[in-house]
Design a protein around this ligand. Sequence first.
Ligand SMILES: *Cc1c(COP(=O)(O)O)cnc(C)c1O
Length: 391
Amino acid sequence: MIPLCDLSQQYLSLQDEIDAALRQVAASGQYILGPHVNALEQEIAELCDCQYAVGVGNGTDALQLVLRALEIGPGDEVITTPFTFVATTEAIGLVGAKPVFVDIDPHTYNIDPSAIEAAITSRTKAILPVHLYGQPCDMVPLVELANRYHLALVEDCAQAIGARYLERAVGSFGVAGCFSFFPSKNLGCMGDGGMITTNDRSLYERVEMLRRHGGKVKYHHSELGLNSRLDEIQAALLRVKLKHLDAWNTRRRAIAYRYNELLADADVVLPNELDASGYEVPLGEEARQNALLIPVYHQYTLQVERRDEVAQALRERGVQSFPYYPVPLHLQEVHAQLGHRPGDIPVAEHVARHCLSLPMFPELTDRQQQHVADALLAVTANRQLVHAAAA
Ligand SMILES: *Cc1c(COP(=O)(O)O)cnc(C)c1O
């Protein structure tokens, strides 16, 4: 079976270096907030064009800590996308605020900036875009809206570490960027881990305090915090892997472009090829020509009719695939109290019914990829024959 993602191969390719790093931490006796966490924070801050970074327990806590630090809570609304992993709105709910869903752009799968303004109320405190699948959101209109309405812009970068837009890294556009090192993310550790990036010194100081029980000085606590720190052993591992992130992300893009070519004639909707053109940014022609959009393809996700049958047929041909994400968040039981009905957010619902992610990891070989593409072409061609026979 060709898997969606293969984590053991990455470990084996760096085994000696990783084992040495893990052993070094084990022998050091320093396991919480030590030199590797400090160094990784600096390295991630630099990667993300930010002055500060704070290692935390996971990506969900990164979001929650930022919202807490911004004093977003009961009675407040946060505008976000319904087409994301549940952690995005979980964090909003955990601080007591209400997620307000705005539909997505059918080409990027990301929040549709042109639909946001209509969702802003007097209770809106923040916009929380998600750079889904490693595809940067169109940040120019988002920054403009946040500035115009005095809203905090918090970026969910869990799937997009290293992605860039207009020559800047994701995580540097809003007041904070929130990253996850969950094992299957583009930069993954051997457990849970996360990071907050920011250029705002007071936010930095606030989340740095909140991540360790809300105290500036040990055993002196000014407010209720969390116990949410990045482990030293995970930071040491991540520092080994970080040196390879750029090459891995480049390989992911190459795989995505080859999928686009191999599947050009398949009966599917390919992820939109945005890199070549960039977004239609309102900055004048010259700026537009220099516009750079560098996605990092955490997932390669296309849309296909009768998705579940296609996934089953792929499995029979030795190819794993998965619908990320089959149920949009406004229709999840956890958000039932918001009172949404099917049909409320049509583009997200359509994409949730049709999306299918294919194997995507840097170690995927050309042969494996050819097999995936051949299988999908065969499966979708057969299906056309079935349609023709039925008609
Ligand atoms: C993975 C993920 C998170 C949460 O990260 P964890 O480290 O698993 O808590 C948040 N948002 C998105 C979009 C994610 O993919």
